[in-house]
Design a protein around this ligand. Structure first.
Ligand code: IVH
Length: 669
């Protein structure tokens, strides 16, 4: 490709990516799949690598990360990042209101209320419309410039378009992990036997400071903005400022409200106390700001915080109850989790009997004694947690909890690797919950999807010595199942049918199901595509494994070790013999002709004779290219039923040829 062609192509791809990004984040709509979107980004990245001089400073490829920052630059904030005064009581809020009234000498004023987002604050600097810096709060005076990580936040504009944009301005906001993303992240970690994260806030904070921005991009941080600073913003109130940044394309939470007086503020607080549970992110209170910027200036700051704003914090509901004992759970990977057994107590509408204690460090930190009265809280986390011991109620003869030394399930001595918080039971092949856990992992929907089996049945099969590894499932007979409690002809047949059907599950599902440590669903998919067969994967060297996409040192080592173990080899052989899929069915479409060489296509709508993917494969097989959106460079739009009218209009306007399924068939005939 010549540089001038590359330039054109880069612009085209940039426009497409920006178009879809805008559609997704500003208009809540999608026209292409995540996969197609990533593909566009990858194409752009590739071109930028080949022609580095053509890379634009606001290129959307920065969204996928790739930069490694060994040490973040420390930057002095232009305006110090202060914190807010806190209160938990309506009375103190009235006092605040009194101080505001007094400070403004009886002039009229109004408030602007926002929720207090529980994340990490960030300061963003824009110069000539371009995002140039993303600085953490640090100590309030200086923070770290984590710009490469900030740029991975898809909802943040890298460049502001529009008229009258100040040459330089700063916006501040809160970076957070949406509840859904956090849950998903923890689930993925659980699946691969990694310790889960305790809460979204700390995880967001840790993520923002990671050195590898492509890992940050995978975590899917998000951001709400709530503060505009600068000399030439041309706004009189906070309200106007919020609307201005919104119009510039920043994401603002729609939960804000202008309030005429402190009574309305209290109503706002009451309104969100329960409803905030439905919001996509954690919130821990309300921030109340004087709306007029002129009045803000008149009120000024104390050494620590503004006099024109205050945070009202919702109380995490807390109650004291007796710690009756500690039990220990052993998971699929052998990780041991201590659980507090509590005297049942009603908290925030539900009865609480247990609380997670995470690990031995947590027990030591709390200095727990059996028989203690402990404070239990339901905060941002769904599982209640113990925040402290009520020392006033500790009796003379309690003893500090001693962490167990042996596995409660199989008696094996526990191990704790250096630098790891968790104790592990190393008896992988003989410890009941580990064995059962591995089978449960194998049958789950994302793996072999045998939904006629469940935890209870697996427990019984294990107890009767019928199933000890996934391969044993494929040796089960009807007589075996009839021995289980409550099993009759039909239920036994259901289970056997389910097991039989699982033999068709694709290779990537099998690979995920066999439960190699650190191989989650996504990694399994990548490995299956890359190595194609289990034999290729099993014989791959450590270095070859490292070359596969998504595979780092930890995963490579784990996969390498797995296939060197006798037991794993035997298990794979048995699963092969049972007829499971150990070859990827993913095929790059084979070239059959070059009749469509140099031609580009967009497929839209539904078709009589083909699935969309089949059409795509056909185009590629005949040497053509599939694009995802209509532009002036496009040659053909293959139009099916129910194609959006906007697409047709756009194609017509740009002079793109619109063809039917039949016309397409004629082209490749
Ligand atoms: S305004 C000078 N608005 O709370 C005041 N802060 O305790 C500027 N926060 O560091 C802050 N949501 O990280 C403001 N709607 C909101 C907020 C908010 C969360 C955080 C912010 C700040 C801390 C202050």
């Amino acid at each position: 490709m010549s540089p001038s062609e590359a330039k054109k192509k880069i612009q085209e791809l940039t426009d497409q990516v920006n178009y879809h990004n805008d559609l997704y984040y500003q208009k809540n709509k999608t026209e292409i799949s995540d996969f197609e979107f990533d593909q566009l980004l990858k194409d752009l990245e590739q071109l930028e690598k080949e022609f580095p001089e053509l890379k634009q400073p606001d290129s959307p490829t920065q969204r996928v990360g790739g930069t490694i920052t060994k040490e973040f630059a420390s930057v002095v904030h232009e305006y110090p990042m202060l914190s807010l005064g806190n209160t938990y009581s309506p009375q103190e809020l009235e006092d605040f209101d009194g101080r505001v009234a007094k400070g403004l000498d009886g002039d009229a004023y109004e408030y602007f209320c926002e929720l207090k987002f529980d994340g990490v604050s960030i300061s963003l600097i824009y110069e000539n419309g371009l995002l140039t810096r993303g600085i953490t709060r640090g100590d309030g005076v200086r923070g770290d410039d984590v710009i490469a990580n900030v740029k991975t936040i898809r909802s943040l504009p890298l460049k502001i378009k529009g008229k009258n944009i100040p040459a330089k301005f700063e916006v501040r906001g809160e970076v957070f992990l949406p509840k859904k993303v956090f849950k998903q992240l923890n689930k993925e970690r659980e699946d691969i036997g990694e310790e889960t994260y305790a809460n979204a806030r700390n995880t967001a904070s840790g993520t923002l400071k990671m050195q590898d921005s492509s890992e940050v991009a995978r975590r899917k941080l998000d951001c709400f903005l709530y503060y505009l600073l600068g000399e030439e913003n041309n706004v009189q109130t906070h309200d106007e400022a919020i609307h201005k940044i919104e119009s510039w394309g920043f994401q603002v939470s729609p939960t804000y409200k202008k309030c005429k007086n402190i009574r309305e503020v209290l109503e706002y607080i009451a309104h969100w106390e329960k409803k905030r549970a439905d919001l996509p992110l954690e919130t821990d209170g309300v921030v109340i700001k004087v709306n007029s910027l002129d009045q803000q200036e008149r009120l000024g700051f104390t050494a620590k915080s503004p006099r024109w704003a205050i945070a009202y914090k919702y109380k995490a509901e807390s109650i004291s109850t007796r710690l009756n004992g500690i039990t220990y759970q052993v998971g699929r990977t052998g990780a041991v989790t201590p659980v507090a057994e509590l005297e049942p107590v009603l908290l925030a509408g539900t009865t609480v009997k247990r609380a997670s204690l995470h690990n031995a460090n947590e027990i030591a930190r709390l200095d727990l004694h059996i028989g203690d009265y402990v404070f239990v809280e339901k905060g941002g986390e769904i599982i209640p947690k113990i925040t402290s011991v009520d020392l006033n109620r500790r009796s003379g003869h309690t003893k500090a909890v001693e962490y167990i030394a042996e596995c409660p399930e199989c008696g094996t001595a526990l191990v704790r690797k250096e630098g790891e918080a968790n104790h592990y039971c190393p008896n992988e092949k003989g410890c009941p919950p580990q064995i059962k856990g591995k089978i449960e992992h194998f049958i789950q929907r994302k793996a072999m999807d045998i939904d006629s089996l469940g935890e209870k049945t697996i427990g019984q099969l294990y107890d009767l010595n019928l199933v000890k590894t996934p391969a044993d499932l494929y040796d089960l007979k009807k007589e075996d199942l009839l021995r289980l409690e409550g099993f009759k002809d039909l239920s036994s047949k259901n289970v056997l049918d389910g097991i039989e059907a699982s033999k068709a599950a694709p290779f990537e599902a099998v690979l995920f199901g066999i439960g190699i440590r650190f191989v989650g669903k996504t990694v399994a998919e990548k490995l299956a595509r890359y190595f194609k067969t289990i034999d290729n994967l099993a014989s791959a060297s450590y270095e070859q494994l490292l070359e596969a996409p998504e595979v780092g040192e930890k995963i490579a080592q784990s996969v390498f070790d797995f296939f060197r173990e006798k037991e794993s080899q035997k298990e794979i052989e048995r699963l092969k013999a049972a007829g499971l899929q150990f070859e990827s069915s993913f095929k790059e479409p084979e070239k059959v002709s070059s009749s469509l060489a140099g031609k580009s296509f967009v497929i839209s709508g539904t078709f009589q004779r083909y699935e969309r993917d089949q059409l795509k494969d056909l185009i590629i097989a005949h040497g053509g290219k599939v694009l995802s959106s209509v532009s002036g460079k496009l040659d053909y739009l293959v139009a099916g039923d129910n194609m959006g009218p906007a697409k047709r209009e756009k194609a017509e306007k740009l002079g793109v040829k619109i063809i039917s399924e039949e016309e397409f068939e004629r082209m490749i005939a």
